[in-house]
Ligand binder design. Structure first.
Ligand code: SF4
Length: 393
């Protein structure tokens, strides 16, 4: 990679790619400004033809929920669900197909699917988090709520202690919250100075989140809500969050079905993720930054480069650029850290990404003409950057 002036904030370089060099994003630039009257980029750029067509993401139900439960404000003190909230939960959890595992289990009765989560809300950690991309972490940090369980269960998961799935999961004891308490937790993080509410691995709790966000909004939550996902949701599930989520932060982990099958037991991952991202784009449109470079709405796609798989990374970047151009942001991550034991079953994953590999991917991104991107420092590939999930706050 050509020499360039990198500047670092936290563990994430806040740079954009432009003509072979990385430069700081221009605050309030045309493609990423929320100035009144400035069109947020080329809204006419279609999201491409990969994956399922956007369809009708966003149904009336979630929008109504996020607007205040059919006009009935939640009880300030109460934690019980209203009849309409209970019906919403029943519709979405009694025969669960929130993600592409399509387990068809009744989580309300305690049955568990692949994600191993019942209808409760199980959280491993809720705290200010300063290691997200600078446009999210800002000065105050993201108000990160780390949910337990996962619908993907990647074999190399960096958060395996809370994902609860995969061959090496050992688990930590999470807290179980009600919808009302989750709403209160969002408000607590706002009071603590968070820049946003960052929902980490939320897929299997979409209905509960929709209800909690609605309650939190009605009680004064004004921060953007970030949906930070591994991206294996059914596109219809994304629609349940219409009006709740401001910033979508989906992974696009693989292009190859062979890789997604080997590492995440999900051979249909790319088509599923592409359809989910398309649904997100239908709802939010091009990314919008404020004058300070903080993201206000839109999509920031994350892709973590894996050792030995630069070709797949390039295919992912090519797809994203051809489909969305600079209407989205892309975070090209190099923080992969081999977790204990992973190399026993997957020897190729037993090392970090080399400088050569990462630079190869970045050079490719530059060659494509990607301009809205974040890159990471080498130092991020350490276990010390993994949150301490033995602490709740
Ligand atoms: S969220 Fe996905 S993995 Fe979990 S029970 Fe529902 S369909 Fe299965």
């Amino acid at each position: 990679m050509a020499d360039s002036e990198f500047r670092t904030e936290g563990n994430m370089r806040q740079d954009m790619i432009n003509e072979g060099n990385y430069i700081r994003p221009k605050a309030g630039s045309e493609a990423a400004s929320c100035d009144a009257g400035t069109p947020p980029g080329d809204a006419g750029t279609p999201p491409g033809d990969a994956g399922t067509p956007p369809g009708d993401a966003g149904t009336a139900i979630p929008h109504r929920m996020c607007s205040g439960i059919a006009g009935t404000p939640p009880d300030d003190e109460g934690t019980a669900l209203t009849a309409e909230e209970m019906a919403f939960m029943h519709d979405n959890l009694s025969d669960c197909t929130l993600c592409h595992r399509a387990c068809h289990v009744d989580r309300l009765s305690g049955s568990l699917g692949f994600c191993r989560m019942d209808a409760g809300i199980h959280i491993a950690r809720s705290s200010l988090h300063f290691w997200e991309e600078p446009c999210l972490a800002g000065e105050g940090g993201s108000g990160a709520i780390f949910f337990e369980g996962c619908s993907l269960g990647c074999v190399y998961c960096q958060n395996r202690s809370i994902s609860g799935v995969g061959p090496h999961a050992h688990g930590v004891s999470a807290r179980s919250l009600t919808v009302a308490r989750l709403a209160d937790e969002m408000l607590r993080l706002q009071s603590a100075g968070a820049e946003n509410i960052d929902l980490v691995t939320p897929t299997h709790f979409i209905p509960q989140i929709a209800l909690a966000a609605s309650r939190a909004r009605s009680k004064g939550l004004s921060l953007p809500i970030v949906y930070n996902t591994g991206t294996y949701e059914a596109a219809e599930s994304i629609g349940l969050l219409k009006g709740c989520v401001d910033i979508w932060m989906p992974d696009l982990k693989y292009y190859s079905s062979e890789l997604s099958d080997r590492y995440s037991h999900a051979p249909d991952y790319f088509s599923a993720a592409a359809a989910a991202i398309s649904s997100m784009y239908d709802m939010c449109g091009p990314a919008v930054m404020d004058a300070e470079g903080r993201m206000k709405s839109g999509i920031l796609v994350r892709h973590m480069v894996l050792p030995g798989h630069t070709r797949d990374s390039m295919a992912v970047l090519r797809y994203l650029h051809e489909t969305y151009g600079d209407n989205i942001y892309i975070s090209i991550m190099r923080q992969y850290t081999p977790m204990p034991g992973v190399a026993d079953l997957y020897p190729e994953l037993g090392r970090r990404v080399t400088d050569r590999e990462y630079d190869k991917v970045l050079d490719y991104a530059i060659g494509l003409g990607i301009t809205n991107a974040f890159i990471q420092d080498k130092e991020t590939a350490k276990e010390s950057f993994i949150p301490d999930f033995t602490q709740f706050h």
